[in-house]
Design a protein around this ligand. Structure first.
Ligand code: ADP
Ligand code: ASP
Ligand code: MG
Length: 421
């Protein structure tokens, strides 16, 4: 007998038929003798609608009320799935964040989970014939204020991993609309192939560089707490085509420690993000302290800066500075910099969202030189101009014109031998 957390994303619970399908996946594990807690997302499109309503009601909305609205999507799915499970003859009960509780920090709309009390769920596994707990993803409660909070878009993945850690589950299965983690987004590159395994470090870079298959925070948490995460498809037949459930790990991608992976390419995957924006300050003084005057006010306004490039100054007096922020923060960043114009001293300020960031990721880069050079010359051959570069030990990212994003992803995917044969 194992203890499992099974998480189902929006497309997997998009309508009542799909919720029934999810119930059958859960039934398979119950029939195999396992204890199961399920984490559900809102039905596909629901969270987007709720967010749009908040924006419509008040563009500069109160984050606590935003959370009160957007957390409702998951409540509906948890109730519906519990009903579907009961119809299959399986004891099931829904749980919202405040009921367990799932305690979070007080940062509304992007709260972090601090603690989950799984005692009642475990008690019911024992006392009520393995009653299935159906837990709302994405939401929790702020202890000091007793108000509902949410974890940021895609946050149900993090709810699932945190619950798996709290329940000391044997595995956390993330069921989605693809059958695992691919070498790049399979919707963009049909030649992408599924990875059998990926290390926590690589998955963390993939997620933070734009592969939305797992929320970045969920990977961070899985790595910290040693949770085995299996990304798999809810569109596989619930009876797994007759395969035994203990072969499940072969049906998806296991996110695990690097030393559990035998074969390793230099580059494991290519990620891309279109949600960054570029800010350029023209003709700022080339002297100590100017960068602090630019980035200090941005930090105070809670705006995260990603890539930074400063041009070499031709005359030793003036230079240009370019950096990226999340597109959603662009207007605020420009506003902050306009206000600080006198203290910074620049000639002109420009913002643009027509950019994309493309990244090559692989732990093999630690021991292989020349990956960056290969990458830059392949992009140059296609006439793609690189506007900024950033690197980590296992990642190289380039900023390019958004129009070339797809071409760049395909080019790098072939270059590093990732195309399926
Ligand atoms: P869910 O609603 O189940 O949480 P998401 O839409 O958040 O699902 O994540 C799944 C999607 O992530 C896939 O449909 C796919 O288009 C996208 N994706 C991006 N990069 C990758 C990748 N490297 N591997 C698999 N899927 C990816
Ligand atoms: N429903 C939330 C969202 O759409 C959380 C999730 O699906 O993970 O962002
Ligand atoms: Mg998701």
């Amino acid at each position: 007998m194992a203890r499992l957390v099974m998480k189902f994303g929006g497309t997997s619970v998009a309508d009542i038929d799909r919720i029934r399908n999810v119930a059958r996946h859960v039934k398979r594990e119950i029939d195999a003798g396992h204890e199961v807690a399920v984490v559900v997302s809102a039905m596909s499109g629901v969270t987007n609608q709720l967010v749009a309503w908040c924006r419509d009601a008040a563009p500069l909305h109160d984050a606590r009320e935003y959370d009160a609205v957007v957390a409702t999507g998951e409540q509906v799915t948890a109730g519906l799935l519990s009903l579907a499970l009961q119809s299959e003859g399986i004891p099931a009960r829904s749980w919202q964040g405040w009921q367990l509780p799932i305690e979070t920090s007080n940062v509304h709309s992007s709260a972090r989970i601090l603690d989950i009390n799984g005692a009642e769920i475990v008690k019911r596994f024992k006392e009520r014939n393995r009653e299935v707990a159906v837990v709302t993803g994405f939401q929790g409660v702020v202890k000091e204020t007793n108000r509902v909070s949410t974890l940021g878009r895609g946050g149900s993945d993090t709810s699932a991993v945190a619950l798996a850690a709290a329940l000391t589950a044997d595995r956390c299965d993330i069921y989605t609309d693809v059958d695992g983690v691919y070498t790049t987004d399979p919707r963009l590159v049909p030649k992408a192939h599924r990875l059998d395994r990926i290390s926590y470090e690589e998955m963390l870079e993939m997620a933070s560089q734009g592969a939305k298959v797992l929320q970045t925070r969920s990977v961070e948490l899985a790595m910290q707490r040693g949770v085995r995460v299996l990304v798999r498809s809810s569109f596989d037949p619930p009876d797994l085509g007759g395969r035994p459930t203990d072969q499940a790990e072969q049906l998806g991608t296991l996110v695990c420690h690097e030393d559990e992976i035998v074969e390793q390419n230099v580059v494991s995957g290519i990620a891309y993000a279109r949600d960054e924006a570029k800010v350029t300050l023209l003709k700022i003084a080339d002297k100590p302290g100017v960068a602090a005057q630019v980035f200090g006010p941005l930090a105070e306004a809670n705006i995260n800066v990603d890539m930074i490039v400063q041009n070499v100054s031709e005359d030793g007096r003036y230079t240009d500075l370019t950096f990226t922020v999340q597109s959603a923060d662009l207007d605020r960043a420009l506003e902050v910099l306009r206000k600080a114009k006198d203290s910074i001293g620049y000639l002109d300020l420009r913002g643009s969202t027509d950019i994309a960031k493309v990244s090559a990721i692989g732990v093999g880069m630690r021991s292989h030189a020349g990956v960056a050079a290969q990458m830059f010359s392949a992009l140059a051959e296609k006439g793609i101009n690189i506007e900024a570069i950033s690197t980590s030990e296992i990642k190289i990212s380039v900023l390019i014109d958004a129009a070339y994003a797809e071409l760049a992803v395909r080019t790098l995917h072939s270059l590093f031998g990732l195309d399926s044969r």
